[in-house]
Structures are given as C-alpha cells and as structure tokens.
Ligand binder design. Structure first.
Ligand code: ADP
Ligand code: 5GP
Length: 205
C-alpha cells in the first residue's frame, strides 16, 4: 500500500488570514489539495460556487447531514459549514496532501477521527491588527464583524488542542512556516514505519 497523504487542518480567528495564507501555500504546492466545504452562508463578492465553497440552502445541507455525507459539520456565526466526507478519505488514501480550513469545533471532531493529522492554529500579530484585517476585507456588516471579533477571544482558549501556532505577520513567511511544518511532519519516524521495516527486514540476518 502507498503512503497516505498528510491531512493539514488550519483554524484561527476570522480575519487572521487563513484563506490568504492557504492560497499562498497552494500556489507553491500545486500537488496539495484544498477541501472545498459546503456552507449555507451567502457568497461574498468574487466567491465562486465549487471553488471557495459549495453554496447551498439549509434543507439541502440538513439532508446531507442525515445521509452521513459530512466528515464534520458545525454551525459557525449562524450558518452551517461542513466538510464533504468522501473527498477527504479518497484523496488521503491516494497519497495526496489535503488542507482543511475549518473552525475549532470542526477541527476537534476531525482530530477524533484523524489523530495523525497536523493541526495548525493561525493568529494575527495583535488583536488590533485582526480588527483592521476583518474591517479591511469589507465583506461583513458591522454586526457580523463584531460577532467574529468577539468570538476570537474565546477561540484562543483552544490553541492547546493544536500542534502548531503560526503568527501571520507576513503572508509569504507564514506560508513558508507551514511548508516547514509539513516537511518536518513527513520526516517523523512514525510516518515512515514502512520504510524502516523494509530496511531492517532486508538487512536482518
Ligand atoms: P480568514 O480566512 O482567516 O478569515 P482572510 O484570508 O480572508 O482571513 O484575510 C483577512 C484580510 O486580511 C484580507 O483582506 C487579507 O488580504 C488580509 N491579510 C491576510 N494576511 C495578511 C497579512 N499577513 N498582512 C496583512 N493583511 C493580511
Ligand atoms: P467564512 O465565512 O469566513 O468563510 O468562514 C467562517 C468560519 O467557518 C471560519 O472559521 C472557517 O474556518 C470555518 N469553516 C469553513 N469551512 C468549514 C467547514 O467545512 N467546517 C467547519 N467546521 N468550519 C468551517
């Protein structure tokens, strides 16, 4: 059997720059896939169905929950978000690395099923900068913005459930730090058992 792909789970407060950093990483790593989530929130300006999200309505989302179609799903800021199950398992089995950009509730559920995943938490350098970034993105109403900003103070309490904390001060540098994490994770002994079993088997008298 071939080596399984690496499951990279990225969370962090809204506006920390997760989407931007993932795009930068994917630009340098076209072999890595991004799991496209399904959501009931409306598309933002420029967002495309099937690229940023699969946009759907509440009844269709709930039908898919009943069918067991999600690896995990959660209600985040009053909308449903979920990770389609089959895409993840099929691609990991085929040896492809996969990024899930999901909230903390979702990440904890994924961790129960894929403890071997790499869980990365992205933070902005300061909370003032976080507010500036959400405001600068200009995609939320003032009310939505405040809801997202207030949630981030609770979210920080979950950092200890993650393996890595990466501060997004600069997009290129942050993408490089993620690259460093991925390279190191792939060298972990427990991820290379097949290799050393083969070598020790061959040379054992
Ligand atoms: P998230 O996906 O975490 O909600 P986004 O990727 O949408 O965040 O980024 C929020 C805003 O912050 C965007 O306008 C983006 O261009 C900007 N941004 C992201 N990373 C940085 C950075 N390192 N420095 C300055 N602005 C950034
Ligand atoms: P946004 O509306 O800004 O695109 O995303 C809002 C939040 O939902 C972010 O924290 C994002 O990581 C999270 N999210 C996006 N897709 C999923 C998903 O499939 N599952 C879960 N649990 N959270 C998701």
């Amino acid at each position: 059997m071939g080596k399984r792909g690496l499951l990279i789970v990225i969370s962090g407060p809204s506006g920390a720059g997760k989407g931007t950093v993932c795009q930068e990483y994917l630009k340098n790593h076209p072999e890595t896939l991004l799991s496209v989530s399904m959501t009931t929130r409306s598309p933002r300006r420029g967002e495309k169905d099937g690229v940023n999200y699969f946009f759907t309505d509440v009844p269709a989302f709930e039908r898919l929950i009943k069918k067991g179609g999600f690896l995990e799903y959660a209600k985040v800021y009053d909308n449903y978000y979920g990770t389609p199950k089959s895409f993840v398992e099929e691609n990991l089995m085929a040896g492809r690395d996969l990024i899930l950009e999901i909230d903390i509730q979702g990440a904890l559920k994924v961790k129960e099923q894929y403890a071997e995943g790499v869980f990365i938490f992205i933070m902005p350098p300061t909370m003032e900068e976080l507010k500036r970034r959400i405001q600068g993105r200009g995609t939320e109403t003032q009310e939505e913005l405040l809801k997202r900003f207030e949630s981030s103070f609770q979210e920080v309490n979950y950092i200890s459930h993650y393996n890595y904390l990466v501060i997004n001060d600069n997009v290129e540098e942050t993408a490089k730090r993620i690259e460093a994490i991925v390279i190191a994770e792939k060298c972990r002994v427990e991820r290379n058992k097949d290799f050393y079993n083969q070598v020790t088997g061959r040379y054992r008298k």
